[in-house]
Design a protein around this ligand. Structure first.
Ligand SMILES: [Zn+2]
Length: 253
């Protein structure tokens, strides 16, 4: 473990862009739509032609920074990245071969996201971040078990990640299933019962509130997970909800 820890803690610390100004791509001639470029296998060439490389280079800070990132700064980085994503103005930071090489010798992620396995909510994409920026723990319905808790503890205590985000999302399938099983009193098949068991307290809490039961259960479940992690870990823990329709993340707590 000491070797692993030394390995993980070594290497350059990298601070990603905070508030990359919204890039304004060059106008695309209508006869070169992105779909046509993709179909022709020229998407990469098209992006370079649009000046994306130039925009990214100008918005990326110096590659090596050694100052620790505060929880407040980490939260601002996430908010800025999601703003870019929701507006379709991503800069895709920290994805270059050069950056891959820089972080190959060690990692210093500035935030840890505990999220759902849902294929539509990949944290690196919705926060417009890249290699080495985030630790991510994903389970169905962001349910915590021993391995998930140990993974969070690893990030906080070994890698000194200053911020943990519990990221729920709209129309979560795991939460919806848990609501249905709690309401019907039926058992979930196979191992899915573990998920229902973990989410059921949030369902019962949400039933006391007016409004959409699934959405309220997502909020209650995020908050319960947030409180559980906050009780265990010494860093800041916040809750968040991703909207599948708008791409926006709203933070709570
Ligand atoms: Zn989900």
């Amino acid at each position: 473990m000491d070797d692993l820890r030394a390995y993980l803690l070594s290497g350059p610390r990298r601070t990603p862009p905070l508030s990359a100004p919204v890039p304004v791509p060059a106008p695309v001639p209508k006869f070169f739509s992105r779909r046509l470029l993709l179909r022709a296998g020229l998407a990469g060439a098209g992006l370079a032609w649009l000046g994306a490389d130039t925009v990214r280079a100008s918005e990326t800070p110096p590659a090596v920074a050694h100052d620790p990132v505060s929880a407040e700064y980490a939260l601002r980085l996430l908010k800025a990245g999601n703003q870019r994503y929701a507006r379709n103005h991503e800069v895709h930071p920290d994805a270059s071969a050069g950056h891959r090489s820089r972080v190959a010798s060690g990692q210093h992620p500035f935030a840890l996201v505990v999220g759902c396995v849902d294929s539509r909510v990949p944290p690196e994409l919705v926060f417009d971040l890249g290699l080495g920026d985030l630790l991510v723990v994903r389970t169905a319905g962001h349910v915590l078990d021993a391995v998930a808790l140990a993974s969070v503890e690893f990030g906080v205590k070994e890698l000194h990640v200053p911020l943990v985000v519990v990221l729920g999302h709209s129309r979560c399938g795991a939460v919806t299933a848990a609501v249905q099983h709690v309401l019907s009193g039926t058992a979930a098949p196979g191992r899915l019962g573990v998920l229902v068991e973990q989410i059921a307290p949030a369902v019962r809490e949400a039933r006391t509130r007016p409004g959409d039961l699934v959405q309220n259960t997502v909020r209650c479940h995020v908050d319960r997970v947030r409180r559980e992690l906050a009780a265990e870990d010494s860093c800041r823990v916040v809750g968040a909800r991703y909207d599948l329709d708008t791409g926006r993340v709203s933070f709570t707590g």
